[in-house]
Design a protein around this ligand. Structure first.
Ligand SMILES: NC(=O)c1ccc[n+]([C@@H]2O[C@H](COP(=O)([O-])OP(=O)(O)OC[C@H]3O[C@@H](n4cnc5c(N)ncnc54)[C@H](OP(=O)(O)O)[C@@H]3O)[C@@H](O)[C@H]2O)c1
Length: 344
């Protein structure tokens, strides 16, 4: 039976991936790291077959021990926690058989000074054609130290790695605890508080985007390959870097749709969009520290990627577009703010 050690099952992406995986493969033997007994109870309620162990990413002995007993380790808790990744690789590497590590990174490693509002996103990174450049990104880039460690496989030849590199993730999560995404919910929340849809600058830059359930299906596919001993040598290691994307949006289109839907639902007086400069954006999003720290990339610029590798392996899954999720998102963000739609 395939044994999987899961880091991040309480999260937006991890919880959704777990739900998809367990539905498809109830036979997999999953152990999940959770911080406390409350999280353990909530995970057990949602997924009774999952065994939980208490700890956090600094519980290095525990992570190494669990990894040394697992066929696959899935990391979806942090893209930057170097020590826990090292402990995982040490645990997997200590075994006398082929093992698998599926890591979640993120396209913030492309963050650069050229990301400015109103600069169209021309470069589209390919996980086939641009791999040399991607592998040579400076270690000083966001996620750089962990990305390099994962690619090195910790020096263990029996550890096979896959790097899943999502752009903007959207859609409602289906896991047991966190179900809210990041960029679109934050924009929608700020627009509701502003009583008018917002964009930073003229909104021309674009983000590639992936629906959270599409991403969950990508992870499930990788676990299925690991469960049969890897499936194909082309799926792992130097060939195992995957952009997962099924949609592209630019901020101007998102804001225009948001304004229209928001007005129709009675949240906004008008269907006009307010364009704000970076200084005003910093104030509007001040409660979301990481969004502000990565402005303008987060809400004013973007990164475009192409999931050529998954497509070449025949991966195909239909998901709603980003714009199609805005209606439900407006209602859920309004509900959490206690804002009621004006009756027309
Ligand atoms: N969401 C996106 O748009 C996006 C895009 C690209 C890449 N990513 C990457 O994907 C990963 C998951 O993102 P997400 O949106 O699913 O985040 P999330 O909802 O915050 O999930 C992360 C989960 O990991 C747990 N966790 C984090 N640090 C931990 C620690 N030190 N010890 C124990 N548990 C810890 C958190 O538990 P607690 O709740 O208890 O803290 C949380 O449940 C991250 O590495 C992120 O950078 C996300």
């Amino acid at each position: 039976m395939t044994k999987i050690f899961f880091l991040g099952i309480t999260g937006y992406i991890g919880g959704t991936a777990a739900k998809i995986l367990i539905k498809k493969h109830p036979e997999y033997d999953i152990t999940a790291l959770v911080r406390n007994s409350d999280q353990a109870d909530r995970v057990k309620d949602a997924f009774p077959s999952v065994r939980t162990v208490l700890g956090d990413l600094d519980s290095l002995d525990l992570i190494k021990e669990e990894s040394s007993k697992s066929d696959v380790v899935f990391q979806c808790a942090s893209a930057d926690h170097l020590e826990s990744v090292q402990a995982t690789l040490d645990g997997l590497g200590s075994q006398q058989k082929e093992t698998f590590y599926v890591h979640t990174t993120g396209v913030f490693h492309f963050f650069g000074s050229d990301f400015q509002p109103d600069t169209p996103t021309e470069k589209v990174w390919s996980d086939v054609d641009d791999m040399k450049e991607i592998h040579n990104l400076p270690v000083s880039q966001p996620h750089g130290p962990v990305d390099k460690l994962v690619v090195s496989r910790g020096g263990y030849e029996n550890v096979n790695v896959a790097m899943v590199d999502p752009p903007a993730v959207y859609g409602k999560g289906t896991g047991p605890i966190k179900t809210r995404g990041t960029l679109l919910p934050i924009l929608v929340k700020a627009s509701l508080l502003n009583k008018q849809a917002l964009k930073v600058g003229n909104g021309s830059p674009s983000w590639s985007a992936v629906h959270v359930e599409y991403l969950g299906e990508v992870f499930a596919w990788l676990f299925e390959q690991a469960a049969v001993g890897g499936g194909n040598v082309d799926y792992w290691n130097e060939n195992g870097w995957y952009f997962a994307e099924n949609d592209t949006y630019n901020w101007a289109d998102i804001a225009a749709s948001l304004a229209k839907i928001g007005q129709a639902k009675g949240y906004f007086e008008s269907s006009q969009v307010e364009s704000v400069n970076l200084d005003k954006a910093k104030g509007l999003f001040k409660d979301e520290a990481w969004v502000v720290s990565f402005l303008p990339l987060t809400l004013g610029a973007g990164v475009r990627v192409k999931g050529d590798r998954l497509r070449s392996h025949g991966f195909n899954f239909n998901s709603p577009s980003s714009v199609a999720t805005l209606d439900e998102l407006l209602d859920s963000e309004a509900a959490s703010l206690g804002i009621e739609a004006r009756r027309n």
